[in-house]
Design a protein around this ligand. Structure first.
Ligand SMILES: Cc1cc2nc3c(=O)[nH]c(=O)nc-3n(C[C@H](O)[C@H](O)[C@H](O)COP(=O)(O)O)c2cc1C
Length: 358
């Protein structure tokens, strides 16, 4: 299986399956001299952890991150950083009835077509369990970005048909006060109620996450295939159950005339900037230094608390009983994953930028 590594200079490789004994990763290309704040990593892991809001999966892992290499007295040395996270709450026995069964809208069918084998225990490598490693590595990327003052803040914008009135920047405090990570208190309550109702019905729902990248220097992004928005889109679309990505004026730009969408320049604090920033902080694939914002849509996950019909590998009809460990809506937990993937992309482009000119 290829494609387990992301990044060109700041590179993360992950390994491990949902029901294996351990998941982990190696960060290669992290500069020396970064103080690793273990409490910060633990807080980031906590934001992805299950069990913080209703509708969350019953699989609640401790998600303690063991750093096995790359540090001297908690400061990075420039050598590969090894990350390990134990799986302790997997109940593989509960998945025996799914052996050889294609669960609808999971990766079982396509893995089988590609590899001739699929892991029925929680989806194996396709499981979002792997995203715990991304959050741990993303925390280290954030510590690197903090040296340049770069900030990343994501929040839940929509859950099912319940949506925030508009896209704007919110501070981390107001986001984390909400159990569903929606910074508008009234909307947050509506979202929680909806998730609880769906949980009672045994169903699931999708949602959207908005992410803001602030204090970025101009110049990040390589102008052809590795445009900054292309790297962000690829990173976001690699998150399990992500269905769409838009940035800046996004799909709204279909309806805007050139005169409405054009990024005119103005002088602020003696610097020329594209003041309207409808380009979303990126021109020609390169950051302008203005805030970048993007939105990621997530589908309703396919594990349901309802009996379902499906087929097995022999083509026989099977009934999948209601049950299993799953989230009613993944977006509150996916906020941490979106931020982590953004941090990995920015850390990589920040280091690549340093080779752009003498
Ligand atoms: C944080 C997070 C948790 C997830 N938990 C579940 C889950 O409990 N049950 C489920 O069916 N899918 C869950 N998913 C989504 C599946 O991993 C994903 O839908 C599946 O692997 C198929 O991939 P695809 O939807 O990207 O095509 C989760 C996704 C994320 C981001």
């Amino acid at each position: 299986m290829a494609g387990n590594t992301t990044g060109q200079v700041f590179r993360l490789t992950t390994f491990g399956e949902s029901h294996g004994s351990i998941i982990g990763g190696i960060i290669d290309g992290c500069p020396s001299g970064i103080r690793i704040d273990r409490q910060f990593i633990s807080n980031e892991m906590q934001r992805r952890r299950a069990g913080q809001s209703s509708g969350s999966t019953s699989r609640i892992e401790t998600d303690e991150v063991e750093i096995v290499s790359g540090l001297l007295d908690d400061i990075t040395t420039g050598t590969p950083i090894g990350l390990l996270i134990k799986n302790t709450q997997q109940n593989s026995k509960d998945y025996e009835h799914l052996k050889d069964v294609y669960r609808p809208s999971h990766a079982d069918y396509s893995y089988d077509k590609k590899y001739g084998v699929f892991d029925h225990k929680g989806g194996g490598r396709s499981s979002a369990r792997e995203t715990a490693v991304r959050v741990a590595a993303g925390a280290i990327a954030k510590l690197l970005l903090a040296h340049s003052g770069i900030k990343i803040d994501a929040y839940v914008f929509a859950v099912g048909n319940i949506s925030m009135p508009e896209t704007q920047y919110y501070e981390r405090n107001s986001i984390d006060k909400s159990p569903v990570r929606c910074p508008e208190p009234d909307v947050s309550i509506q979202m929680q109620n909806y998730i609880e109702k769906l949980q009672a019905d045994g169903d699931t729902c999708g949602g959207a996450i908005v992410c803001y990248l602030n204090n970025l220097p101009p110049g990040l992004g390589e102008p052809v295939f590795d445009k900054l928005q292309a790297s962000l889109a690829a990173a976001m679309m690699s998150i399990p159950s992500a269905k769409a990505f838009e940035y800046g004026s996004g799909f709204e730009s279909i309806h805007l005339k050139g005169s409405q969408n054009s990024d005119n320049f103005a002088i602020r604090e003696e610097v020329v900037i594209p003041y309207r920033n409808s380009a979303g902080g990126i021109l020609g694939g390169i950051s302008t230094g203005q805030p970048i914002w993007f939105k990621v849509a997530f589908k309703a996950v396919s594990s349901l608390m309802k009996e379902r019909e499906s087929f097995n590998r022999k083509g026989e009809k099977v009934i999948i009983p209601a049950g299993g460990q799953h989230d009613v809506c993944v977006v509150p937990r996916a906020v941490a994953v979106v931020e982590a993937m953004a941090a990995l992309v920015l850390a990589d482009h920040l280091l690549r930028q340093r080779s752009a000119r003498v």
